[in-house]
Design a protein around this ligand. Structure first.
Ligand SMILES: CC(C)[C@H](C(=O)O)[C@@H](O)C(=O)O
Ligand code: SF4
Length: 477
């Protein structure tokens, strides 16, 4: 039952979370703490779709009510490593076919959060609820993304709506420019280290400041993604021209492809390809304009539980030590720790700029004897772009192993499970005991450049020292 009668006046300053949930609930405005019935624009699930289906079947429904809003990827254990996984995938495919789900991506396309971003399935100001804790990811574009449980997803399939409490918000400001070799991952680790893994519990983390706007889109994804490890309900980065352009290009491409495939998506002639076969600029502009109009921004004077301000120049590379993401120390304190495995990938740090950073570090070097370097691009598009730019060749020449786009060993499914007592340095977001399989393994979390530097050094290492002059990687957005 919603409490929508508790409507505040529209004129009070609102946080992003208030605005986004008011929109999703079809209300003019909502109070912090109010419970609303929200209708998400997108409902995400992945390999766990089959398990959700078993819950949903108990409702006795034959058709999900919002098939067009479902987005499903196979990414967590792909290609299927065991018969059990293969059976699970088969069930997911059957569900997709039976329910006529258009937004489905097969094994190898990539990790759900990356794929939905690349396909512009979610747009600024929208609400995405996903059966995956890192659905906070979509804050990179100014969408409200939140992880929910499997039964909640089953309820959404059945009814199209779910109650949510409007969270309180925390404002996190980054001022200035990150020094060479210091990344969004380091900033996220520093924040979580300072305030604890529950420092953002059920909060909406609103990023702000010129330091945030300077970040590449890929780096903004790192921040929003990592906020799941801060206990946050959602995260928000204000969208800008870069965001709109990225999404507009992809949205336009997808709509045109859908129309060509004979789908029921309406594409007006104005949105079709120009005579050259290339999308013409005015059409792209119209998509950009639509995205700008749907974007939501917090009002000045909105209510925050706290504001934390960081000066980018004062940050340095950090590492989260075993066995918790808030066990954070400066890299310099832990450098020299031997590692048997270095893992670069995941929805946190498996993008082109991450692979570029790693390639820049290992170019002309070899992975240390006694250390494996596993690189898994977050998506097939990332893999392709990394091949075109020669990064994959550089990494393979250095002795890295390239895996199929997907989650890989991130949660201990396959493709790089450590042995007991081994140490892994990873670009992922979680390092709790047993995360990659055995509870006896140790996991350190760091930025891609640190992971790559450690792979060639065989010990946790500073990329700025391995590289000599530091690692300057161009913005790849
Ligand atoms: C399997 C899935 C439900 C899980 C999550 O919710 O995050 C996974 O993606 C993870 O990172 O642990
Ligand atoms: S890459 Fe890791 S954190 Fe991201 S969705 Fe997959 S298992 Fe979860």
């Amino acid at each position: 039952m919603s409490e929508s009668h508790l409507q505040p006046s529209n004129s009070q300053p609102q946080t992003f979370a208030q605005k986004a949930l008011a929109r999703a609930a079809g209300l003019p405005a909502v109070e912090i703490g109010q419970v609303v019935d929200a209708r998400p624009d997108v409902v995400l699930s992945h390999d766990n779709t089959a398990a959700i289906r078993r819950i949903w079947l108990q409702f006795g429904q034959e058709r999900v009510v919002i098939p067009e809003r479902l987005a499903i990827t196979l990414d967590h254990a792909v290609p299927a490593p065991t018969t059990r996984h293969a059976q699970n995938h088969a069930e997911v495919r059957q569900f997709v076919a039976e329910q006529g789900i258009r937004h489905f991506w097969e094994v190898g396309r990539g990790i759900c959060h990356q794929v939905l971003s690349e396909e512009a399935i979610v747009l600024p100001g929208q609400l995405i609820l996903g059966a995956d804790s890192h659905t906070t990811h979509f804050g990179w574009m100014g969408a409200f993304g939140a992880g929910i449980g499997r039964s909640e997803v089953a309820v959404l399939w059945a009814t199209g709506e779910l109650w949510l409490r409007v969270p309180e918000s925390m404002r996190v400001v980054l001022e200035g420019e990150l020094p060479l070799g210091v990344t969004a991952k380091d900033f996220a680790l520093r924040l979580i280290g300072d305030l604890g893994a529950d420092g953002g519990l059920y909060l909406s983390i609103e990023f702000a400041g010129d330091g945030i706007q300077r970040l590449s889109l890929a780096s903004r994804m790192v921040l929003a993604n990592m906020m799941a490890e801060f206990g946050a309900k959602t995260a928000y980065v204000p969208p800008d021209e870069k965001t709109y352009r990225y999404l507009a290009e992809r949205l336009m491409k997808r709509k045109i492809q859908d129309a060509r495939l004979g789908g029921n998506v309406e594409v007006t002639p104005a949105q079709d390809l120009g005579a050259s076969g290339q999308p013409s600029i005015p059409n792209l502009q119209s998509f950009i304009f639509d995205l700008q109009s749907s974007a939501l921004f917090p009002d000045p004077g909105a209510e925050y539980v706290a504001t934390h301000v960081y000066r980018a120049e004062e940050l340095e590379p950090y590492v989260a030590c075993p066995h918790s993401v808030d066990n954070v120390v400066p890299l310099s304190q832990i450098a020299g720790t031997p590692v048997q495995q270095a893992f670069l990938g995941t929805c946190t740090n498996g993008r082109l700029e991450d692979i570029a950073a790693a390639a820049a570090v290992v170019r002309g070097r070899r992975v240390a004897r006694g250390t494996r370097f596993i690189v898994i691009p977050a998506s097939s598009q990332v893999l392709q772009a990394a091949m075109e730019r020669g990064y994959i060749q550089t990494l393979v020449e250095a002795g890295a192993v390239i895996g199929v786009p997907g989650c890989g060993p991130c949660m201990g499914n396959h493709m790089g499970i450590p042995a007991p007592n081994e140490v892994t340095i990873s670009s992922a977001n979680r390092n709790f005991r047993g995360r990659m399989g055995t509870p006896e393994a140790e996991i350190y979390l760091a930025s891609p450049a640190v992971v790559a530097a450690s792979a060639v050094a065989g010990v946790i290492a500073d990329p700025r020292e391995v590289q000599g002059e530091g690692v300057k990687v161009e913005d790849e957005d």
